[in-house]
Design a protein around this ligand. Structure first.
Ligand SMILES: Cc1cc2nc3c(=O)[nH]c(=O)nc-3n(C[C@H](O)[C@H](O)[C@H](O)COP(=O)(O)OP(=O)(O)OC[C@H]3O[C@@H](n4cnc5c(N)ncnc54)[C@H](O)[C@@H]3O)c2cc1C
Length: 376
């Protein structure tokens, strides 16, 4: 019998274990090692948070998100890490990364959970409740006074992701909002197949999706488009149109002014890109001075290229899962279920999804710190 069983040894589960390390805790994870997503995140350096974090960087209920973030904000997270010997550096776009490797954070948690009983290579299958909770795995049954579900979303199934959080929530009467892959690349429809030929090219563009606009790197791939700007756009995309500004730093007029240069030289864009784009528009690479009105009109698409992506690269490539457990049914002050006493949900399994830039780890850690056991 444990006071707390934590399902998932990822960012949020480990932070809960660290907060309650004096209690008797069992942590269960499918993976053979803890913190596998921290390990692979941020290109191996873990983008742990951002200098500017607010509810506006997330999809989900703004009031719930604001309340949870206020419990443990980015400065408190950085202070927590610093106190334990890890000082992430701010790199581009206000993002904080580990100096050398994500292991700097993982090693902290290894120490923090020293006193916990760790059960790896073991998957939770079901939870029931009589007086206490019974947590059934593929190996044994655990008993606990409190359960913290920190098992994340559906992204990256190859490192342990499973729908268990949603199943547990549903079995205890909770509702979940539709889930889909997010922070993920877009596949393209036939009309945009010209993009696939540009695989490997990266350039700064602006993307508008709904009322959100991002200006960052876009990467053409053999499947479609990816890169930070596309990942961010994917969070807010709902099967409609998106618009790309391939010249985010100036007007088309500015580049086409009084020029006898060839289009491919006058426009500050990668040559391979502009050639493919001109072919797509059915315009030859000609001197700017001889463009007719119709051609200039077609070229204006460089500032507002509107199309509907075919879909996305799916959960195997998505950094996060959009949607999840309905936060209306949890107390934002302690992350406990409003329906079942001593059942807590934290991290990515909730219907809260952050933009690219450290916001998802910040959410995992803030929501974990919010967990407050009833007797506290
Ligand atoms: C490639 C990649 C890069 C990323 N980079 C960043 C980044 O730089 N910055 C950022 O903020 N976010 C990043 N993210 C997102 C971030 O990793 C997640 O949002 C965050 O890890 C969520 O934390 P969590 O604790 O809720 O879930 P997770 O970290 O996913 O942990 C959940 C754990 O539960 C375990 N589990 C699942 N089902 C079961 C079960 N049935 N039984 C037992 N255990 C189970 C899993 O094995 C896993 O270890 C990245 C994600 C990916 C995939």
């Amino acid at each position: 019998m444990y006071e707390i069983v934590i399902i998932g040894a990822g960012a949020s589960g480990l932070m809960v274990a660290s907060k309650y390390k004096e209690k008797s805790i069992a942590i269960i994870d499918t993976n053979p090692k803890i913190a596998q997503k921290i390990k692979i995140s941020g290109g191996g350096k873990c983008n742990v948070t951002n200098a500017h974090v607010s509810e506006q960087n997330y999809l989900g209920d703004p009031l719930f998100i604001k309340t949870v973030l206020s419990a443990f904000d980015q400065n408190e997270l950085l202070a927590f890490l610093k106190l334990r010997g890890c000082e992430p550096l701010m790199r581009k776009d206000n993002q904080y990364f580990c100096k050398n490797s994500a292991d700097e954070i993982i090693n902290i948690f290894k120490k923090e959970i020293n006193n916990c009983a760790l059960f790896l290579n073991q998957s939770v299958l079901k939870i029931t409740k009589k007086e206490n909770f019974l947590i059934q795995t593929n190996r044994k049954t655990f008993e606990a006074k409190c359960v913290v579900v920190a098992s994340g979303g559906l992204s990256y199934p190859k490192i342990g992701a499973s729908p268990i959080a949603y199943e547990i929530a549903k079995n205890f009467g909770h509702t979940t909002n539709a889930t889909s892959p997010a922070l993920v690349g877009f596949t393209v429809q036939k009309d945009q197949f010209w993009m696939k030929e540009l695989s490997g090219i990266s350039m700064v563009v602006g993307i508008r999706v709904g009322d959100k606009r991002f200006c960052q790197d876009l990467l053409f791939t053999h499947k479609g488009i990816s890169g930070p700007v596309v990942l961010n756009a994917s969070l807010y995309w709902n099967k409609g149109l998106i618009a790309i500004d391939f010249l985010p730093n100036g007007s088309l007029k500015k580049y086409l002014k009084n020029s006898n240069k060839l289009l491919s030289t006058a426009l500050p864009l990668p040559k391979r890109f502009i050639k493919a784009f001109l072919t797509h528009l059915d315009i030859g690479d000609k001197p700017v001075s001889i463009l007719n009105e119709e051609e200039v009109q077609k070229l204006s698409q460089l500032k507002n290229y509107t199309f509907a992506p075919a879909g996305n690269f799916g959960y195997s490539k998505a950094e996060v899962t959009r949607g999840g457990i309905n936060t209306d049914e949890l107390y934002a002050t302690n992350m406990m279920s409003k329906l079942v006493k001593n059942l807590f949900f934290v991290g990515e399994c909730l219907d809260v999804t952050g933009e690219l830039g450290g916001y998802n780890f910040q959410w995992a850690f803030s929501s974990a710190k919010r967990v407050t056991l009833s007797a506290d």
